[in-house]
Write a new protein. Sequence first.
Length: 515
Amino acid sequence: MALVRSIATIGGITAVSRVLGFARDVLIAAFLGAGPVADAFFVALRFPNMFRALFAEGAFSAAFVPLFVATSESDGPAAARTFAEQALSTLTLALLVFLAVMLAAMPVAMMALAPGFAGTPAFDLAVQFSRITFPYLLFISLTALLAGVLNSLGRFAAPAAAPILLNVVLVSALLVAPPLPTLGHTLSWAVAVAGVVQFLWLLFHAGAAGMWLRMPRPRLTPKVSLLLRRALPVAFGAGVYQVNILVGTMLASLLPAGSVSYLFYADRLNQLPFGILGAAVSTALLPVLSRHVRGGDVRMARHSQNRALEFTLLLMLPAAAALIVLAEPFIAVLFQRGAFTAEDVTKTAAALTAFAIGLPALLLIKALTPGFYAREDTSTPVRIAVVTTLLNVVLSIVLMRIYAHVGIALAASIAAWINAVALAAVLRRRGFLVLDTQIRRRLPRTLLSAIVMAGVLWLIEGRLGAYLDDGTVEGIAVVAATVAVGLAVFAVTAHVTGAARLADIRRMLRGEDVT
């Protein structure tokens, strides 16, 4: 079906961005390692990213897309453009006020975000870096709104490519720009510049799609008021993952130096499959579901939900298994050079294993929440998110006393699974999630195929551990070969068991149904 093709398009472009992102992270690890400057920069980077995920990409995308689609179909493209312009001007004004307040109150905000930094050099650096990076929030939020417009029009490529520009700017800064006065300052300025570049990129593509947006005087029209009412609860519900990571950052700042960096690097690798598939699923599924729900086509809404779950779990389950089994080799190959030591590898790999346990759950959350938003229900996901976030805080405090930073990662995974199960249960009770014969038959076989692949990888890791944990060119080659073997084992097992056949995947990518 076309939905799977859209997911593949977004996922493929996002994969390019993630590869560049890893090039960026490898360079940061080599230059900064896992010390106070790195901790301060990662906090400064996470701060605007957290608000972006909560208030821009999460809230405005989830609330804006169904309203934009409904306006376009009922009143025409001109009315939809007017609504988008009103939303743009209102968002800009709100962000400017918020930006001014946060810049003035940054030391106080930093005490809340990273209380463990108080009285250390990392605190002053984190405040300086955050004041430089925070304007990124303004431009990336406007970028998110433009992305919502383009996604609603079925133009997924340009928004999916926007993060590539962020990584290009940061890699360029690492390789070319001088320290100002430290490399952390240089990277912080690069983040701010990247926000402007991404905004201009999508502004051009929106205009090319016939949606040149003006900046009218902000007015709380009835439709903009409705958008805000729906966006506020979504700001927390759609961004629960970011909230959990923020809690982890706060608590990790209370642990020994380097703990924030261990969690950051582990989360970055965990984000590779999740970022590619999770973003693709939620971005492609929301406008499709919105159209089916608005048209009263219950059967197609259920069908789209099932195919999204089936296709993405086919890729996510083996990805999670590989990250769990090969956590240490992956971290060693990517980061063990320069200031990043063997001890840093071991501690980061332990956190990656804990994060990877919750990886499938994170994807399920991304695939299930559009089922609520398309039906204009933004309150149920936030109620579930509140409970699971509070649970995450409690679990983090308990588990960090036993497992240090690894306990924080494990708590996030447990909370993610509880969140996903609760969302699925509510959708099922309401009759919106009904697993059809195809997914009930294929999902257990996909899980079996992932387990077989994990067993093979475990045997290889046991015999070639010394080579796999080597960050040299030879070590990279051995890890790449091991991953290739794992993928081959999964593909063969999936074909034999009937979890997925190559011909079926080809038909899905061509937009055809598979039965």
